[in-house]
Design a binder for this molecule. Structure first.
Ligand SMILES: Nc1ncnc2c1ncn2[C@@H]1O[C@H](COP(=O)(O)OP(=O)(O)OP(=O)(O)O)[C@@H](O)[C@H]1O
Ligand SMILES: [Mg+2]
Length: 316
């Protein structure tokens, strides 16, 4: 089988994967439903939107596959590898049946027990990601899948990068130089807008934004324009949440506000700490230590707003 310069392979006599539909699209990729004619059954095939980028597109998918495989957690969508379909490189994954959290939230907010249960699964997946020295960098409702059997799966490692690296679209990160900003408005952590290196605590901020949205039915930083949303992430104290006025309800709100602290030092410091706090909430005993820590205006130690600039690459 030949290997063309543009990263496309000559198809060979018979395609292994037969495309039967579309599962979803995101900022940079399209995910198709296909039948694996060798093993039987469905798979999900993720193609970059610019497969003509050839070897580069293949390298991005290989990096994504590697991160998902190494993290190796049941709450992370299972990957079979990178293959070729109709000549183009694609990530081959288990085909999930159900809906994204984004689709689920379209029919309204969730009750606190569902929020705690889903957040526990997301943060457990993040713990596995952080354990291998990676940061996901794109935790948001469209990248969380709720299966028909109510399992939670973290998707989309297209932006995952090494902890401490300055992320690039290639996901591998680079040392030195000016970091670019990648993430999604409303979920990106303030320090990522300010172009600080990848930090697991940035994923915890994104989780806080997702949890807030699960409770409130709306993003804490929603705005008409991207610039306004980014300023909201940097400066805005999210409005009070409409949680039950019980001790447990107040504890849930404190936990979310602590995740949304502007300064990473004021957040939970690890996914494991968040999981512990959630398990205390789950057993209905409010955590004694959690405190609302959102401060205004933004003071990330030593960093000023002026470092935000127009070259940010933000995904919507
Ligand atoms: N394994 C899967 N099974 C079913 N549907 C999936 C699967 N993976 C992704 N999807 C659907 O496809 C959508 C887009 O996938 P994904 O988030 O990986 O792409 P993307 O956002 O374009 O990626 P990237 O940020 O890497 O460019 C998801 O929101 C989801 O609806
Ligand atoms: Mg996505």
């Amino acid at each position: 089988m030949g290997h063309a310069d543009d990263g496309r392979r000559d198809g060979g006599s018979k395609e292994r994967y037969r495309i039967v539909g579309t599962l979803g699209t995101g900022g940079m990729a399209v995910v198709l439903d296909a039948i694996d004619t060798v093993c039987g059954g469905h798979v999900a095939l993720k193609f970059t939107r610019t497969p003509e980028a050839g070897a580069f597109a293949r390298a991005l998918l290989e990096q994504e596959a590697e991160a998902m495989t190494r993290a190796n957690d049941r709450r992370i969508c299972h990957v079979y590898g990178v293959a070729d379909c109709e000549g183009w490189p694609c990530l081959v994954m288990e085909r999930l049946v159900g809906q994204t959290l984004q689709a689920k939230l379209a029919s309204g907010p969730l009750d606190p027990s569902a929020v705690i249960a889903i957040a526990t699964e997301i943060v457990s997946a993040l713990a596995a990601v952080h354990r291998i020295g990676m940061v996901h960098q794109d935790v948001k409702p469209a990248n969380v899948f709720i299966t028909a059997t109510s399992r939670v799966k973290l998707l989309d490692f297209g932006l995952a990068t090494r902890r401490g690296a300055f992320p690039t679209r290639s996901g591998s990160g680079r040392k030195g130089g000016r970091p670019s900003v990648l993430g999604t408005t409303n979920y990106i952590a303030p320090e990522r807008i300010l172009r600080l290196p990848a930090d697991p605590r940035s994923d915890l901020f994104s989780l806080g934004s997702v949890m807030y949205e699960m409770v409130a039915g709306a993003s804490p930083f929603a705005a008409v324009t991207t610039a306004e949303a980014l300023m909201n992430v940097l400066e805005k104290d999210p409005p009070a949440l409409d949680v039950p006025r019980s001790a447990a309800g107040r504890a849930l709100e404190r936990l979310i506000r602590k995740l949304l602290a502007k300064d990473p030092d004021d957040r939970y410091q690890s996914a494991a700490d968040v999981r512990k706090a959630l398990s205390i909430l789950r057993s209905s005993r409010p955590p004694a230590a959690a405190r609302a820590t959102v401060r205004r205006p933004l003071h990330i130690r030593g960093i000023r707003h002026e470092s935000v600039d127009a070259s940010c690459a933000i995904l919507h």
